[in-house]
Design a protein around this ligand. Structure first.
Ligand SMILES: N[C@@H](CCC(=O)N[C@@H](CS)C(=O)NCC(=O)O)C(=O)O
Length: 202
């Protein structure tokens, strides 16, 4: 299988953690297309009409995206309730995943808004609105904390990738002060091999 990715992407990081947790590293080769909202990699767009990473090419040639679809597929490949559980557990996990992933999407739009968009076109109210989503999401996780620190569940993996992305791209955002329990959880998960092996970089 081929994983199209970038080491800076929190969504690719989530997939990389799942691959390692499932012991699939030897079956996945990594390729790095240009994935950028304003720079078009035509050869990649021919495969993926959204031009985003991650995407996973299966041995059959089928291309899967986005990150949740890939994680769901890989979990199912290795056993029905690994990474994403069944029925009610599944729905609860996916809702928690949606909060973490939605906040990561908001953080990524903030990155694009503040780095890619020309300065004169930036809209402060919109930036505040995206920050509000990030802050609300991490406050929610402070009140509804993950049960475990071993990163075997898609919602916990997405949350770890969100917090890692905030540290990577928004180091000045002192999120730990408003959510001390979550900060403690993140300190512990950051020491796990999968988090160390998937450290983001440009
Ligand atoms: N919902 C997607 C989000 C993927 C995404 O936004 N990836 C970014 C990199 S972090 C990307 O490819 N951006 C390029 C673009 O917006 O064209 C997922 O979970 O995989």
């Amino acid at each position: 299988m081929i994983l199209y990715g970038s080491p800076a992407s929190p969504f690719v990081r989530k997939v990389s953690i799942v691959i390692e947790q499932l012991g699939l590293q030897q079956r996945v080769k990594i390729e790095r297309p240009i994935a950028h909202p304003t720079q078009v990699d035509n050869s990649y767009y021919q495969q993926n009409p959204l031009g985003k990473v991650p995407a996973l090419k299966l041995e059959s040639g089928m291309l899967l995206h986005d990150s949740l679809v890939i994680c769901d597929y890989l979990g199912a490949l290795c056993g029905a309730d690994i990474i994403i559980g069944e029925a009610e557990k599944r729905a609860a996990q996916l809702t928690r995943h949606n909060i973490a992933n939605g906040a990561t999407e908001a953080a990524l739009s903030l990155r694009y808004e503040t780095v890619v968009r020309p300065e004169q076109l930036r809209w402060p109210d919109w930036i505040d609105g995206q920050w509000h989503k990030v802050a609300q999401a991490i406050n929610w996780f402070e009140k509804n904390p993950p049960a475990k620190v071993h990163l075997k569940s898609i919602d916990d993996i997405a949350l770890a990738c969100l917090l890692g992305y905030l540290d990577f791209r928004f180091a000045k955002f002192a999120w730990r002060e408003q959510v001390p329990e979550l900060a403690l959880w993140f300190e512990k998960v950051s020491l796990t091999t999968v988090m160390i092996n998937s450290q983001p970089s440009d």
